[in-house]
Design a protein around this ligand. Structure first.
Ligand code: ADP
Length: 859
């Protein structure tokens, strides 16, 4: 569309610099030019707007007022100026429409702020006039400068009569000095609020007013006058008067309303009356309250929360609301208190402290929640029935169970809150029919007496698993109904089953009588099987009469063993079997092997397993006797044989029969081996009988070890024995027996290392001991055997490729000898890696050595 710019570039650039918006239109109302300010006002670019009809960009221009003004300007060719509110821009503008070159140039001068100020002044004036209160403006000298309708009404002077007069016009003679005093206070910037005084009307009557004085300031902030707002207090005074008359009555009435308080407020929300025990309860005395405004008594939030209700009461409404304050909750009723003429100059409020009630309600609610929470936390399926059998509550478990088990006719199906459980029982069918009848009778008996409780175990096997339930009905107090619970007892049933089975097994074991079994407490044997009774020669009657006191049945020398066993029981709950003896009823002894386990802690009970080992003991005794006899029997002929062979040797040597001498020497070697074996057997039986005796002599240990090493080096061609270290120690003991120990260790070291070339012997001295160790590089000892090789006749048998001759006596004897010297013999070994046997002996000055010497059997 064509348009003619009728403003030249120079004019345009001038307009650009203006803060006001400018738009030019042609006679066809098309925009021919606009400045940046105008474009940004409508938030469009100039290009978007140019050429478009004015209405499109400024819709308000089409409005009656604008359009008329524009038309007028065009027709008359005279500039028109008007003010307009542009709602789309939310602004007031002063528009100047100037005719120019067949079009119009429009200036939009923003005037929003100015307009608002003017409006505010207008509102203020309207407010002043419409206010019921008397509002008077005055200079600081007390000359009246403004007088509103309220003032006219209150004081009876018309504005023309009052304006220019001194304000003292209104003061009664005795209060003439009051006004200058108040104005003085005001000059000192002191606010004067709710000042109650007396004034005089034009007709000379007096009236009570409450005035509020505030300063009027000029633009520079100087106080140039005062404005006073006065409110007629006559009505209030009248109420107060009336109240005083009725005071006694009111007070008496109120005293009979605990927790309540009554207050009467005037429109300023000033308390005209406050009464009631409710006030005292919160520590307020009526005397201190009357005359104060609500704002003086309560914090602002509290005032804000009650004021709207009180305003409604002043508007004629009766209101009730809850009000929380100072930890209390009140119900407040506020009602208008009209006077004879029907005007509401006061309201009356009754506050009732409902804190306790509120708390009780809350507690009840909480306890209801709690009950449900408790119900839900229970794993049993629980429903609460009212006396009619209607379900009034169920827990989560019940709900879940009823949902998951939809088997028709069961006792838990179709049971939600509201349904009648007795009906459910009556309708139960099929597998449940019989139990349901029983349940029904049981619940009825609990609901209506005479039974205080009812339980029923029933099976409810689903195709997937066997299940059992325990149903119970328990009455609620005061005949309020009953609680029905179905507890899944499948686990318990299974456990019971398992216990029964294990009991059967245990009883069988007990009754098998292969082994004595007893249950004992700290003193007595409480239960025992036949095998045990037979072992100790007591009868079942003896047992039942608590005649089996186990510690009395134990010979004194075994008491320490028993104590050790008890200690172990306390610490670990079981004790390693050990051997001891019991006195039989007839006083004879029976050797036994006993093991025990704790059955229960409080009071303590043990189960003990007892094996009669008399036969084994007898066998051992006979074996020992045999060994002892055999070794004695063998010793004599061997000694004789040795003596003869030496005799023969000497004779043959004399006769020069050297070949036979050599044969005889071989025979003697075998005889020596035999002698050694027989001696060892004898040693073993002496140790068994506690009859191995020791010499007590001073032994030079280094020399002794040297000697043994040298001797054995002579008899072995396969190994080199390397000796290191020295102790310079003198030991008190039996030289021959100690030599026997080292000989034995070295012989073993050579014997059990057939592939090795060396054996190392080391002597090490410490402060209290001397240690001799013998290290070999042979087969070693598997860990499992290391504890046992020191036992009598114990031998390691499982060497795959080789057997070693021997009877398993050497280490046993050696250990006995070392221990009798107060020392220790032990081994460190790894299978296939050789072994190190060490002998540690106490030095003579030590306690260990002294003890050993005292304990030795002197030879
Ligand atoms: P034995 O007469 O059988 O050698 P010992 O009482 O001297 O009897 O030794 C008991 C067992 O200890 C032996 O049978 C052997 O298995 C094992 N034993 C002893 N010394 C050694 C050693 N130096 N190396 C490996 N095994 C050994």
């Amino acid at each position: 569309m064509h348009h003619t710019p009728h403003l030249d570039a120079q004019a345009m650039s001038l307009f650009e610099s203006l803060p006001d918006a400018l738009v030019a239109v042609d006679t066809g109302w098309r925009i021919t030019a606009l400045n940046q300010r105008a474009a940004s006002l409508v938030q469009q670019t100039r290009e978007e707007v140019l050429g478009k009809p004015l209405w499109e960009t400024f819709p308000e221009a089409l409005g009656a007022a604008c359009e008329q003004h524009y038309q007028q300007a065009l027709q008359t060719q005279v500039t028109v100026r008007f003010e307009v509110w542009y709602p789309s821009l939310n602004r007031w503008f002063q528009v100047t429409a100037s005719p120019s070159h067949g079009g119009l140039v429009l200036f939009f001068q923003e005037m929003t702020r100015r307009k608002h100020e003017a409006e505010a002044r207008w509102w203020l004036a309207a407010l002043l006039e419409s206010s019921d209160d008397a509002i008077i403006g005055q200079t600081l000298d007390g000359i009246i400068t403004s007088w509103n309708a309220g003032a006219e009404r209150l004081y009876g002077y018309r504005a023309e009569e009052a304006l220019g007069q001194p304000i003292a016009l209104l003061a009664p003679p005795e209060r003439l000095d009051e006004i200058p005093r108040l104005l003085d206070l005001l000059k000192q910037e002191r606010r004067i609020d709710q000042y109650e005084t007396e004034r005089m009307r034009k007709d000379g009557t007096r009236l009570a007013v409450s005035t509020m004085l505030s300063p009027i300031k000029d633009a520079t902030g100087h106080i140039i006058g005062a404005s006073s707002v006065a409110r007629d207090l006559t009505e209030r005074k009248r109420i107060e008067e009336a109240l005083r008359e009725r005071d006694v009555l009111v007070r008496t009435l109120l005293q009979h309303h605990p927790n309540e308080s009554v207050t009467i407020f005037d429109p300023d929300l000033r308390l005209l009356l406050a009464e009631g025990p409710g006030l005292e309860a919160v520590g307020l005395s009526p005397q201190r309250l009357v005359g104060k405004t609500l704002a003086e008594l309560l914090p602002p939030e509290a005032v804000d929360s009650v004021t709207p209700y009180y305003r409604r009461a002043f508007a004629g409404e009766s209101v009730q609301f809850e009000f929380a304050f100072g930890g209390h909750v009140y119900t407040i009723n506020a009602a208008p208190l009209p006077n004879k003429e029907g005007t509401i100059a006061a309201i009356i409020t009754v506050a009732q402290d409902i804190t306790t009630q509120k708390r009780a309600e809350e507690a009840l609610r909480a306890s209801e929640h709690l009950s449900q929470a408790i119900l839900d936390s229970l794993t049993a399926n629980i429903a609460v029935l009212n006396p009619a059998g209607t379900i009034i509550a169920v827990n989560e478990a019940w709900r879940r169970f009823a949902r998951d088990n939809s088997a028709p006719g069961s006792l838990l199906v179709d049971t939600e809150v509201g349904s009648n459980y007795l009906e459910v029982c009556r309708k139960a069918r099929g597998a449940f029919a019989e139990e349901a009848q029983e349940a029904l009778a049981g619940i009825l008996a609990v609901l209506h007496g005479p039974h205080p409780h009812f339980t029923l175990e029933y099976a409810c096997h689903s195709p997937a698993e066997q299940r059992w339930f325990l149903m119970s009905a328990t009455p609620l107090p005061a005949g309020e109904g009953a609680v029905v619970a179905h507890l899944n007892i499948t686990e318990r049933k299974r456990a019971e089953e398992a216990v029964r089975a294990s009991e059967v097994r245990a009883r069988r074991l007990l009754e098998s009588n292969l082994i004595g079994v007893v249950v004992a407490d700290g003193e007595h044997i409480l239960e025992a099987n036949e095998a045990f009774l037979e072992m100790v020669g007591y009868t079942r009657e003896d047992l039942d009469h608590h005649r089996l006191n186990w510690s009395a049945m134990t010979p004194a020398e075994y008491a320490p063993l028993d104590q050790r066993g008890l200690q172990e029981l306390r610490e670990r709950g079981v004790c390693t079997p050990f051997e001891k003896e019991y006195y039989r009823k007839d006083g004879s002894r029976v050797p036994i092997l006993i093991g025990a386990a704790t059955l229960q802690e409080q009071p303590v009970q043990w189960a003990c397993f007892i094996l009669d080992i008399s036969e084994r003991r007898e066998l051992e005794r006979r074996k020992d006797e045999f060994i002892s006899m055999a070794s004695h029997e063998l010793k004599t002929p061997i000694t004789v044989l040795k003596a003869f062979s030496q005799l023969i040797q000497r004779r043959l040597e004399k006769q020069g029969m050297s070949e036979l001498v050599q044969d005889l020497a071989r025979m003697q070697t075998q005889l020596n081996t035999l002698t050694k074996l027989v001696n060892e057997l004898l040693d073993v039986s002496k140790i068994q009988a506690g009859r191995l005796d020791y010499a007590q002599e001073t032994v030079d240990l280094d020399a002794l070890v040297h000697e043994v090493v040298e001797l054995l080096q002579q008899t072995t061609a396969t190994h080199t024995i390397r000796l290191s270290g020295a102790s310079q120690a003198q030991i008190v003991g039996d030289r021959d027996r100690l030599s026997q120990v080292f000989t034995n260790l070295l012989t073993n070291a050579i014997k059990y290392s057939p592939q090795a070339k060396d054996v190392d012997v080391q002597i090490v001295l410490s402060a209290e001991t001397v240690t001799v160790s013998v290290r070999d590089y042979g087969v070693g000892i598997p860990r499992a055997h290391q504890g046992k090789i020191f036992e009598r006749f114990y031998r390691v048998q499982d060497y795959h490729d080789k057997t070693f001759p021997g009877l398993g006596m050497g280490l046993y004897i050696s250990q006995q000898i070392v221990e009798c010297h107060g020392g220790k013999l032990w081994v460190v070994s790894e299978e296939g890696q050789g072994a190190t046997f060490s002998v540690t002996l106490p030095l003579p000055h030590t306690e260990g050595a002294a003890e050993a010497r005292a304990a030795m059997n002197p030879r």
